[in-house]
Design a protein around this ligand. Structure first.
Ligand code: PMP
Length: 394
């Protein structure tokens, strides 16, 4: 049968990372490839208690259909936490619960993007956002990331020349690069965007995972309704719950609710009730602090092992939180080639290529440190150092 697929599918690739993860199913492979939270961080017992409680006390309602916007007390909790963390005044009505923040990207694409619209991303950019937006056939423009955030001159030029609909950013512990935007960079971005109609998407699944330094204000603090913020329980409770949210105002929220209704009526209500019960009966701050300590140690171990084993010409970022570290190989060295050699030594990472919208053969790569023990981090970095040295000597 000759199936005529919709044209929009011509522009979307299978996630490269999901393909790589197949290689890592081999138990001999040490994988720094996935973006998985450490399973030891999952509050299994507390989730079990919360789910038993909601079933016992509210069984008939938690298994019923519910509102598109999401469970009101959960939305109130999220709004209150924005206020506590950043002094950001947000109403519960400005929060829409989504099936992970990944669905938020799809809904935003649906309500805002026509074929050929301009979308700005960071270079490198989050692969999942590239994939989600690609369905709507936009044209991507990318702006370089520096150590302290987006390159402001390039951003100003891109805004002027392309008048983009959306600018998608990840200001905290960026995936893949680990970069965090400085407070000054955030304010300047808001200043630049105010002169245009471009809507900012601030994707923020990682900011709670800060293990060094202080929280920084979201760009929304300086930009107001022109920013849509995305959040997620995936990294602070558990990704399988598939709970994320969108914080947006006015007409944007109205349209998002319609798109959400059309997509799946509402997010898994049982899962919303379990997570809300978990948040009510447990000290979230305490729980997150344990995750921060766990990830801090793993990050320190990976940074130390890189210093010990990698040749000096290899550069890497030193993130203050989150889950990833970004490595830059010497100019001209291909991370895809390194990936093939590394696979033979049973160590995996994500080559930088899929994080660039104009796929080049790049010399960068992403390492995840949250899902390996310290012994595995040492052994994996040692194996990687061996193949890097082999490539350098050729
Ligand atoms: N945005 C970013 C930047 C991410 O790294 C991820 C998870 N890899 C997501 C969104 C999707 O997260 P969720 O589980 O909330 O859908």
């Amino acid at each position: 049968m000759n199936i005529e697929f919709a044209e929009r599918m011509n522009h979307v690739q299978k996630s490269f990372i999901r393909e790589i993860l197949k290689i890592t199913e081999n138990p001999d492979v040490i994988s720094f490839a996935g973006g998985l939270p450490n399973p030891d961080s999952f509050p299994i017992k507390a989730i079990q208690q919360a789910s038993e409680k909601v079933l016992a006390d509210y069984g008939s309602s938690v298994l019923q259909y519910s509102s598109t916007e999401g469970y009101l007390p959960l939305r109130e909790y999220i709004a209150e936490r924005y206020y506590q963390r950043f002094g950001l005044s947000v109403e519960a009505d400005e929060i829409l619960i989504t099936s992970g923040s990944q669905q938020a990207l799809d809904l935003i694409g649906k309500i805002l993007l026509n074929k050929g619209d301009q979308v700005v991303l960071e270079r490198p950019g989050y692969l999942g956002a590239i994939q989600a937006f690609s369905i709507f056939e936009p044209e991507f423009q990318s702006v370089a990331l520096n150590d302290d955030g987006i390159d402001l001159n390039q951003l100003a030029d891109t805004l002027k020349v392309h008048n983009p609909k959306l600018f998608y950013t990840l200001p905290n512990f960026h995936n893949p690069s680990g970069v965090t935007y400085s407070a000054e960079n955030r304010e300047k971005i808001a200043e630049r965007l105010k002169q245009h109609q471009t809507i900012l998407i601030e994707d923020d699944p990682y900011s709670e995972l800060r293990f060094i330094g202080e929280d920084l204000p979201p760009i929304k603090k300086f930009l107001g309704d022109q920013s849509i913020m995305l959040g997620s329980f995936s990294k602070i409770v558990a990704p399988a719950m598939r709970l994320g949210w969108i914080c947006a105002q006015g007409e944007l929220m109205e349209k998002l609710i319609i798109a959400k209704q059309a997509a799946d009526l509402h997010t898994n209500y049982y899962s919303q009730r379990i997570v809300h019960q978990f948040l009510t009966d447990n000290d979230l701050e305490n729980h997150i602090e344990k995750i921060r300590q766990m990830y801090k140690q793993k990050r320190e171990s990976m940074v130390a092992m890189i210093e010990k084993y990698f040749p000096k010409e290899i550069k890497s970022t030193q993130p203050e939180g989150g889950m990833f570290l970004w490595v830059t190989l010497p100019e001209g060295m291909s991370s895809l080639e390194l990936f093939d050699l590394a696979a033979k030594e049973n160590v995996a990472f994500v080559p930088g290529d899929p994080f660039y919208v104009n796929g080049e053969n790049v010399n960068t790569l992403r390492l995840n440190y949250t899902n390996s023990s310290e012994a595995m981090i040492e052994e994996g970095i040692k194996r990687l150092a061996k193949v890097i040295k082999q490539m350098l000597n050729h």
